[in-house]
Write a protein that binds this ligand. Structure first.
Ligand code: AMP
Ligand code: MG
Length: 284
């Protein structure tokens, strides 16, 4: 489980994001150089998701977190692009609606967790309730403080019901974020993505770092691990995430269900295929 181990947050460990290189790209010299590997994992992912759908026994929940422009949308496009849309759902979480805010904080997330056989991707997740909420004091400290335990119980309960959970923190540095904001300015097709809010959050970089580190340290568990993905290079981020999802699904040893019909009987009845005991070409 090479990449799984490499980027995995060890349960109980104390995360210090300043020690993690956001530009890491392993042994790959360039995107071009990594293309064959990227393609290999896309194909594996497609096959494994098909198997999960066919098996219809368990499900996968992928949570994506990161700062603005960290690449959550791009990751979804890449990872989902490899999958059959029939077996996937994507839910983006914004500022809670009036109805959502009138419920307990986990309500809106629980409603869109994956059913058996399905992959669900959360674009932002229940972690917003200990990130933006904590940084902006949207609830009192004693309320958000309890949420780490609530989140761990919630994820344990999902895991106990057959949902495999993978959580990815897309790690970029402030220079890369600013460069990406600038690219949006330069591209009229991306102007719609720009919000004042993104710039307003930049002075709070360190407060967000503290909040991310707390979530990563307190909520990486054996049943719902966190991964810190170096994401300054978009292609490396895509490769690392596809690879971790692949490694996780491979380890499940999923099996196609047994056919519900007698295949030989169907062959003979409808296709006139008669299984021959001895090959005609056998030596005389
Ligand atoms: P975007 O992902 O760019 O569409 O932005 C969504 C915005 O919704 C971000 O600024 C999030 O921080 C914010 N948001 C998401 N979940 C919550 C939450 N539970 N409470 C407050 N703001 C949230
Ligand atoms: Mg945004």
């Amino acid at each position: 489980m090479h990449y799984f181990k490499k980027f995995h947050v060890e349960p109980g460990s104390k995360v210090d994001l300043s020690t993690i290189d956001a530009s890491f790209k392993d042994h790959h010299e360039s995107h071009q150089h990594a293309l064959p590997e990227i393609e290999t994992y896309r194909q594996k992912l497609a096959d494994l998701q098909y198997l999960m759908y066919a098996e219809n026994k368990r499900s996968l929940l992928i949570c994506l977190q990161g700062r603005d422009a960290a690449g959550k949308d791009g990751t979804i496009k890449h990872v989902l692009g490899a999958m059959n849309p029939q077996g996937c759902t994507v839910t983006g979480f914004k500022v809670p609606t009036k109805e959502e805010a009138a419920h307990d904080f986990l309500w809106r997330y629980h409603r869109t967790t994956p059913e058996k056989g399905q992959v669900a991707i959360f674009n932002r997740s229940h972690y917003e309730d200990v990130l933006v909420v904590r940084v902006h004091n949207l609830v009192p400290q004693q309320v958000w403080e309890q949420r780490y335990a609530h989140i761990n119980h919630f994820e344990q309960q999902l895991a106990d019901s057959g949902t495999h959970i993978l959580k990815f923190y897309l790690h970029i540095d402030p220079e890369e974020q600013l460069a990406r904001f600038k690219q949006r300015i330069d591209d009229p097709a991306r102007h719609w993505k720009i919000s004042d809010n993104d710039y307003a959050e930049r002075p709070l970089w360190d407060e967000y770092t503290t909040a991310f580190e707390a979530a990563l340290s307190q909520c990486s568990t054996p049943h719902a691990p966190w991964f810190i993905i170096p994401s300054n290079h978009k292609w490396f981020r895509n490769l690392a995430i596809s690879r971790i999802v692949t490694e996780t699904l491979e380890a499940l040893n999923m099996k196609f269900p047994e056919p519900t019909v007698d295949i030989n009987e169907i062959k003979q009845k409808y296709h006139q295929i008669v299984e021959k005991e001895h090959e005609e070409s056998a030596p005389q």
